[in-house]
Every structure is written in structure tokens, then in C-alpha cells.
Ligand binder design. Structure first.
Ligand SMILES: CCCCCCCCCCCCC/C=C/C(=O)SCCNC(=O)CCNC(=O)[C@H](O)C(C)(C)COP(=O)(O)OP(=O)(O)OC[C@H]1O[C@@H](n2cnc3c(N)ncnc32)[C@H](O)[C@@H]1OP(=O)(O)O
Ligand code: FAD
Length: 672
């Protein structure tokens, strides 16, 4: 059977020649990346969106004001829901809906951004049956627009310091929601500024003067018809951001605003009409909406890096600049070893982040169904895993995307490349859902607990059972037959385990000297977050290994294995200092890793375009002139530039207003 190679009439010949070299079928690779069912659904929905002009951008968003962006994406999201039944197979499938929104709307935000990603998950996990009936059904039916209002102007990370109050008034059976200071204003919630009319609000539960910590409450903030803020509520937009500017992230304040007692989300924690409080089965069960987003972010970030890699690799196969051999003509920039070294490791990361995203979603679903039954044993594992992955993946993603941008030279800096916007959205992920450093320290806590267990000969679970294994003194990299990569993965494991035990020992020593646990933690915090990073990077490498092993088709497995081996080499070199510290690796082994990496860059080169084609991003979804599937970059860059709002007239008013009078005056002065 012929291999699918994504060749279409009218394609740039250079790209067609590249595509013909592929050693695998791109549709089969897409199935490996997305899962065969989702890959098929993506392909079909992209075709349908192409035909539905009401879902198309009315002009490039780069040339719009914020208000135009908000209005444009509100228009498209409404059209998207109006046509949803004709486009997707299952509107309750988050993954399918995400891809529809990615094609039709893009990533700059829309009024239902947080509604689907946090508001609904919070209701699903924390509202009791009666409350689900009251709010979840209308929310799913688009009768209301919700947001998740937790962060305040003064505090985002330290949730114990949130100031918003929910004081129970027994006499009226109500909570009084109040913002006592300016720092207590809710700040940042997506779609809050101008779009939402309901919010899940985190506030300190106070009963008879006693605080029970923050809990989640359903608060209607705007009138459903006039959309005006309700009495006692102040709400607005927090202003422009680095990116994501079609989202109206907002502020929100309450002046003794009253809500019924039953507006506290009461699936787990409860308050009865007498003010009697019932504790939830797990203290952090109210954090489930955050864990949900952290779990979906991993795959989405992989997709962002995949988009940037697609743009940069396709462009690098169209762009010619300079000669390798004098007189033999200008080469495609992807033929430079430095360009391959810049881009292929990012492509490999995009692949593994997508694989890890799938694994973590499966664990999330398991924990969610356990929680339904009041079972919370795996919650700590999920929290640790998502905290580490969220931090490492977002960090490596934005570093990788920046390489992609620079690899496109000047045109990468133009918004026409599409990279600045996806970079801006992705970099937000380093901050939202838990600032990265803070989340790494959460994982470090879990790892330190795991060390204590291993010292008793026990394991905390699958994620950390490698801590029970003995340390090898020397790596076997380069000492076993060429083509065996077991020792590479073992090196990730060794490095992670060593750093985890090293910092655990250092903490113990400081405490043995009389230092308090908290101060010792501070003295070792940088080392602790390093341990968390190394553990997560080992998890990612092992996840890549699992994926390659699971692929049945030989050609796909071989092409994936090349990326996996590149990933092992590149990442090991990136953290080689840890392996040199205890002489686990010797200098000749580091050279071996480097040489093997350079060999793999050459091996991957002929498959490069098909490895990015396999993401199957439609041009509409990619929103990039440089990354166009057909490769016709230059004529379209020119067309795009002509759309610039500055080109609406040859002479703009500021010339007559400022520059002309200044030059006239200067000329007059020089004539005197
Ligand atoms: C969205 C997908 C992308 C789509 C693409 C489009 C892109 C754009 C989309 C943009 C959408 C963005 C939406 C963003 C929303 C938000 O940002 S919402 C706000 C998020 N806020 C945070 O994440 C705050 C971070 N802070 C915390 O999570 C916590 O404060 C803390 C740092 C974890 C500490 O909490 P605290 O209550 O103070 O903890 P302690 O009392 O110290 O207890 C610590 C113990 O609790 C355990 N723990 C903590 N969290 C959890 C949890 N979630 N689950 C289980 N256990 C948890 C922790 O492990 C400690 O345990 P022990 O060690 O055993 O004590
Ligand atoms: C695009 C975007 C969308 C968002 N959407 C929402 C939303 O829908 N709803 C919502 O409620 N919030 C939202 N947020 C807010 C977001 O969740 C917070 O900004 C985030 O949790 C970080 O909190 P912070 O801003 O208080 O940072 P800070 O905690 O003030 O962080 C500043 C610095 O202090 C360090 N730091 C803080 N605490 C510690 C510690 N314990 N140990 C070591 N270092 C520490 C951090 O590492 C960081 O370097 C959004 C934010 C962004 C950027």
C-alpha cells in the first residue's frame, strides 16, 4: 500500500520532494500522536470548518484591537456552538471540542475559555447532585457563562492567605461574600472582565467567627439579561497582557453581597442550616479544578511546541540562505547542522509532551472516578505528577519555541510567523495553575516523603519505586553494542535518584545540626526543585520509551525511535553536569553521546517534514504564513504585510501633525 505523504496539487516543489523521502505514513504517525480515533476526528472536523465560512477569521487577529478581538471570538464561538452538532461526533468529548476551538478560534481566548476548562470541571467535581442539576446542566447548555475566581490581587500562590470572606448568616440562611481590602480583589480570572455572568469564587468560610479555610461558592455576578453587574459587585477587565488578549481576564470585588447557603459547593465539604460544618474526605479535594487544568495543559503545551516546530521546520525547508560548498548554490537552512540541532530536539519534545499528556489524562480520569466514590488515595500521586509535569513541560516548551522563533530569523519575529502569539499563550502556562517553581517544590515534598518510605523498604507507588533500586557506579553508555539505549534511560534514572537522595541527606544533616525543618528546606530549596525537575525529566524519557515499545507498525516505530534516541542524547547532554559530578559518565562517554546525537540529526533530516506533517495541523489552525503547508511563503508574506492597518493610506495623520512641522522648522532654522 502506498504511504500517505500529504502531497497536494499546487504545493511548492521543494516541499513535495521533501515529503517524498518520508520512510513512514504520516496518517499512521498522526494516529500514534493523537490516537487513531482523535486523529480521524481532527481531520474530518478541519475539513468541515474549512467549508463553514462563518467560522473563519474575518481578518488576521494581529491587525485587530482588543475590543475587535473579543467581539470576533465571541462571534466565532457562538457560531461554533450553533454548528457543533454538524462538525464534531461527540460534543461532550473535551479533546474533540478543543480541536474544533483550535481550528475555528485559535488560542487567543474566547468568552467560554475558563467556562469549559475550570468552571464546569469545578462543578462536576465539587457540586452535589442537586447543585449539578441547578448549575451544571445550564452551564453545559450554554444558558450561563462561568469563570473560576480564586486568585486575588495580593495572593495567587499562597491560597491560605486569600482574603475574600464568606460569612455564614444563620438568621437568613445566607453567606455574605465580602472583599475586605484592595488586595482581596479577585484578579486574573479568564473571561471575568466582560463576558461571564457566574463565577465559582474561592472565599474563606467563616461560621460563628471561626474560619474554616477557603471553599468554593457559586456567585452570580451579572444580570442575565442586561449583563450589568449585580448590586454589591464591582467587576472589570485587568488590561492588556503579553498575549492571550482576546481573553478578558478580570477583577472582581464584593460589598457584603448575599448568596443562599446552598451556593457553597457541597459535594464534599458541607454547611447545614444550623451552621454545622462537615469536613471533606481530603483537605485538598476543593483544588480539583486546578488539577484538571494541570492535567490537560501537558498535551496542549506539547501541541503548542508542535505548532512552533511545524512552522520552523517547514520554513527551514523553503528558506535558502548561504552555501555549504562554495559555488554549489544556496542551501535550505535545514541542511545546516546547527539548524537541525536547534529544531529536531524541540520536535522530539513536542512528541513526548503529547504522549505524557495522554498518560496523565488517563490517571486524572481514574482519580476523578475514584473521587466520585469518596476514594482519594491517588490524589497525592496525581498532584505530584501534574505539578512536576506542568512546570517542566511549560518551561521546556517556551524555551523550545524560542529556538523555533530564532530559527526563522527575522521573519520569526514577525507576527506573520504565528510563533509570537502561541509563545505568549504557552509562556502564561509557566505562571497560571501554580507558578512553576512553587509546583516543583510541591513535587519535591512528595519526593522527600518517598525517600523516607524507601528507607523503611517501602515505596509510595509506581511513580517513585525506582528509588528503591540500588545505584550503579558507572554508566554503560558506549560500553554495550551500538544501538542499545537502555543505558541512556538508566542514566536519567541514576541522575534523578542521586539528586533526590543527595538533597534528602542534606536536609537530614541540617536538621541533625538543630536547624528547623522549614529553614533547612529554605537552605536547600534550589536543590529540591532540581530534584523535582530531574525526576520529571526521567518520567518523560520513560514515557517516550513506553510509547515507542507500544507501536506495532515497524516503520512508525523506527521513525519514532530515532526521535526518542535523539531526545535521550540531547536531554542527557543538557543535564550532563549531574552525571559528571559522581563520575557516573566519563568524558569519552559524553563524546559518544554527542556523536550519536549528530548522527541522529542526519538520520531524522529526510523525515523532518513528514514528522511535522504528522501533527496534521490545518493551515487555519496554525495561523502562520511561514508554516503554510504548501510552502508558498514569500508571496503570502507580502500579501499579509499589505493588510497592515498602517497601509490603509500612504500618508498617516501623525506625519502632518508632528514630523512635517518639525522638519519644516528645522529647514527654516538652517536657512537663517
Ligand atoms: C488550560 C489548558 C490550555 C488550553 C490552551 C489555551 C491556553 C490558555 C488557557 C488559559 C487558562 C488559564 C486558566 C488558569 C486558571 C488559574 O490559574 S486558576 C488559579 C490557579 N492557582 C494555583 O494554581 C495556586 C497554586 N497554589 C496551590 O496550588 C497551593 O496553594 C499550594 C502551593 C499547592 C499549597 O497549598 P496549601 O493549601 O497552602 O497547602 P498546604 O496547606 O501547605 O498543604 C500542602 C499539602 O497539600 C498537598 N496538596 C496541595 N495541593 C494538592 C492537590 N491539588 N491535590 C492533592 N494534594 C495537594 C501537598 O502535596 C501537601 O501535602 P503534604 O506534603 O502531604 O503535606
Ligand atoms: C494567563 C493567566 C490566566 C489566569 N487565569 C486565572 C483564572 O482563570 N482564575 C484564577 O483564579 N487565577 C488565574 N490566574 C492567576 C494565576 O493562577 C496566578 O497568577 C498564579 O497561580 C501565580 O500566583 P501569583 O500571581 O500570586 O504569583 P506569586 O506567588 O506572587 O509569584 C511570584 C514569585 O514568587 C515566587 N514564590 C511565591 N511563593 C513561593 C513559595 N512558597 N516558594 C518559593 N517561591 C515562591 C514564585 O515562584 C514567583 O517567582 C491566571 C494567570 C495568568 C497569567
Amino acid at each position: 500500500m502506498p504511504l500517505n505523504k500529504e502531497i497536494q496539487p499546487g504545493d511548492n516543489d521543494e516541499l513535495t520532494r521533501e515529503r517524498l523521502q518520508a520512510t513512514f505514513d504520516t496518517q499512521q504517525m498522526a494516529a500514534a500522536l493523537w490516537g487513531s480515533d482523535l486523529a480521524r476526528k481532527r481531520r474530518e472536523l478541519a475539513k468541515k470548518v474549512d467549508k463553514l465560512t462563518v467560522l473563519h477569521d474575518s481578518k488576521d487577529m494581529s491587525f485587530m484591537t482588543r475590543e475587535e478581538k473579543l467581539s470576533e471570538n465571541a462571534r466565532k464561538v457562538v457560531q461554533m456552538f450553533a454548528h457543533v452538532a454538524d462538525i464534531v461526533e461527540d460534543p461532550s468529548d473535551d479533546a474533540e471540542m478543543f480541536h474544533l476551538s483550535s481550528n475555528a478560534i485559535g488560542h487567543e481566548g474566547h468568552p467560554f475559555g475558563v467556562h469549559f476548562v475550570m468552571f464546569i470541571p469545578a462543578l462536576k467535581a465539587q457540586a452535589d447532585d442537586e447543585q449539578r442539576e441547578k448549575w451544571l446542566m445550564p452551564a453545559l447548555g450554554l444558558q450561563l457563562i462561568g469563570t473560576y475566581a480564586q486568585t486575588e490581587l495580593g495572593h495567587g500562590t499562597n491560597l491560605r492567605a486569600l482574603e475574600t470572606m464568606a460569612t455564614f448568616d444563620k438568621a437568613t440562611d445566607e453567606f455574605v461574600i465580602h472583599t475586605p481590602t484592595v488586595t482581596a480583589l479577585k484578579w486574573w480570572p479568564g473571561s471575568l472582565g466582560k463576558s461571564s455572568n457566574h463565577a465559582v469564587v474561592s472565599a474563606n468560610l467563616i461560621i460563628d467567627g471561626k474560619s474554616y479555610g477557603h471553599h468554593n461558592f457559586m456567585v452570580q455576578i451579572r444580570d442575565e439579561n442586561t449583563h450589568k453587574p449585580l448590586k454589591g459587585i464591582t467587576v472589570g477587565d485587568i488590561g492588556p497582557k503579553m498575549a492571550y488578549n482576546a481573553s478578558d481576564n478580570g477583577f472582581l470585588g464584593f460589598d457584603h453581597h448575599r448568596i443562599p447557603r446552598r451556593n457553597m459547593l457541597m459535594r464534599h465539604a458541607k454547611v447545614d442550616k444550623n451552621g454545622v460544618y462537615t469536613k471533606p474526605p481530603h483537605a485538598k479535594i476543593g483544588y480539583s479544578a486546578m488539577v484538571h487544568v494541570r492535567s490537560v495543559m501537558i498535551g496542549h503545551q506539547g501541541m503548542f511546541l508542535g505548532s512552533a516546530s511545524t512552522i520552523a521546520i517547514r520554513y527551514s525547508l523553503v528558506r535558502r540562505q548561504g552555501e555549504i560548498k562554495e559555488g554549489s548554490g544556496e542551501v535550505k537552512i535545514l541542511d545546516y547542522q546547527t539548524q537541525q540541532h536547534r529544531l529536531f530536539p524541540q520536535l522530539a519534545r513536542a512528541y513526548v509532551f503529547m504522549f505524557a499528556g495522554k498518560e496523565v489524562r488517563e490517571l486524572y480520569q481514574k482519580v476523578l472516578s475514584d473521587m466520585e466514590k469518596g476514594e482519594t488515595t491517588l490524589l497525592a500521586d496525581l498532584h505530584a505528577l501534574t505539578s512536576g509535569l506542568k512546570s517542566v513541560v511549560t518551561h521546556l516548551c517556551v524555551a523550545g519555541m524560542e529556538q523555533c522563533r530564532m530559527a526563522c530569523g527575522g521573519h520569526g519575529y514577525s507576527r506573520a510567523s504565528g510563533i509570537p502569539e502561541i509563545w505568549g499563550v504557552a509562556v502564561g502556562g509557566c505562571t497560571y495553575e501554580g507558578e512553576n517553581m512553587v509546583m516543583l517544590l510541591q513535587l519535591a515534598r512528595y519526593l522527600m516523603k518517598a525517600v523516607k518510605e524507601t528507607k523503611k523498604g517501602k515505596s509510595l507507588g509506581r511513580l517513585v519505586d525506582y528509588l528503591l533500586l540500588p545505584q550503579d557506579r558507572h554508566s554503560l553508555i558506549g560500553r554495550v553494542p551500538q544501538g542499545e539505549y537502555g543505558p541512556h534511560l538508566a542514566a536519567f534514572e541514576h541522575i534523578a535518584r542521586r539528586q533526590i537522595f543527595k538533597v534528602a541527606d542534606e536536609l537530614t544533616k541540617l536538621q541533625d545540626k538543630g536547624m528547623s525543618k522549614e529553614i533547612a528546606w529554605q537552605k536547600k530549596a534550589v536543590e529540591l526543585q532540581r530534584a523535582a525537575r530531574l525526576h520529571t525529566r526521567f518520567y518523560l524519557a520513560a514515557c517516550f520509551h513506553r510509547k515507542v515499545q507500544s507501536v506495532v507498525d515497524g516503520r512508525i516505530r523506527e521513525a519514532l525511535a530515532d526521535l526518542y534516541h535523539l531526545h535521550l542524547n540531547y536531554e542527557l547532554l543538557d543535564m550532563v553536569n549531574y552525571a559528571l559530578e559522581d563520575a557516573y559518565l566519563k568524558a569519552d562517554q559524553v563524546d559518544f553521546i554527542r556523536e550519536d546525537m549528530y548522527r541522529l540529526l542526519e538520520t531524522i533530516r529526510p523525515n523532518a517534514i513528514s514528522l511535522v506533517d504528522a501533527f496534521e495541523f490545518s493551515d487555519r489552525e496554525l495561523r502562520s504564513v511561514l508554516g503554510r503547508r504548501d510552502g508558498h511563503v514569500y508571496e503570502n508574506l507580502y500579501k499579509w504585510a499589505k493588510e497592515s492597518e498602517l497601509n490603509r493610506a500612504d500618508v498617516l495623520p501623525y506625519f502632518d501633525k508632528y514630523l512635517k512641522p518639525m522638519m519644516l522648522a528645522a529647514r527654516q532654522r538652517s536657512n537663517i
